[in-house]
Design a protein around this ligand. Structure first.
Ligand SMILES: CC(C)(COP(=O)(O)OP(=O)(O)OC[C@H]1O[C@@H](n2cnc3c(N)ncnc32)[C@H](O)[C@@H]1OP(=O)(O)O)[C@@H](O)C(=O)NCCC(=O)NCCS
Length: 223
């Protein structure tokens, strides 16, 4: 399910909703003996984020300043591609390693290739000859058809779907139930909105909305 053999302790990066989900899946898998129960805690900017959640693990620090120990393994529980990339690069530059996780109910065909730090959630399907880039997240019920590929740090939200031979470049975000037609390519950092369908190639830094998807330049709202 995941290779944590080379790490001494597991840290979940992000104690928000997705981090809590990941925690519960790991606990259940550990109870079945499928993964070692070695989650030491979480990293999050808010030290109180797990208060009243029933999770008995500490927030050990802020990912921006945390100094990893040798043997620390990170599971990225962050849902925004650029933030996944930035937090991972920052942490890895100080040590530690990215861990991958595949939930036992996911269907991952043996011919699929998963990059370091890929996460495949319950009931997802990763089909024949699919490639998942480094740090890519495939949320529950999402699917990638045969020969589909993602770049690094992409996020497929629940029920998102890639047709056969579809391709996501780095840092692409697919919203809930978003889809990409067979063989179509989505440029880096683009977003396909919830319930929208990208049925043609899409350039980088583009927002795709509707069915069939209409493209507009992505507006950076972080400034
Ligand atoms: C992709 C997304 C994040 C982009 O957000 P954004 O950059 O803030 O874009 P906005 O919300 O400002 O939308 C831009 C325009 O597209 C429209 N739009 C956005 N999403 C849409 C959708 N799914 N269907 C139809 N129209 C949509 C908006 O109404 C807006 O139109 P306007 O310019 O005429 O007002 C957002 O559209 C989206 O899909 N959110 C859902 C995220 C999600 O599924 N998360 C999963 C969590 S598990």
């Amino acid at each position: 399910m995941f290779d944590s053999s080379s790490c001494d302790r597991i840290l979940i990066i992000g104690a928000g909703g997705f981090g809590r989900e990941l925690w519960h899946w790991l606990q259940a898998a550990a109870a079945d003996g499928a993964v070692p129960a070695r989650v030491a805690g979480f990293l999050d900017r808010d030290p109180r984020r797990l208060d009243d959640t029933g999770i008995d693990r500490p927030v050990l620090g802020d990912p921006a300043t945390f100094q990893p120990a040798a043997g620390d393994g990170f599971l990225l529980a962050i849902g925004i591609p650029g933030v996944r990339r930035a937090v991972a690069s920052d942490l890895l530059s100080r040590g530690g390693q990215l861990l991958s996780f595949v939930h036992p109910t996911a269907l991952v065909v043996p011919t699929a290739r998963l990059g370091a730090g890929a996460i495949v959630c319950p009931l997802a399907i990763v089909s024949d000859a699919v490639t998942l880039g480094r740090g890519t997240l495939v949320n529950y019920h999402a699917s990638l058809g045969h020969d589909a590929a993602t770049g690094d740090f992409c996020v497929l939200s629940p029920n998102a779907a890639l047709g056969g031979h579809a391709r996501l470049d780095d840092d692409v975000f697919l919203g809930l139930s978003a889809s990409v037609g067979p063989g179509k390519r989505i440029g880096a950092r683009s977003k396909v909105a919830a319930n929208s369908a990208a049925l043609a190639d899409v350039p980088a830094d583009t927002l795709v909305v509707g069915v069939p998807g209409r493209c507009s330049p992505l507006v950076d709202k972080s400034a």
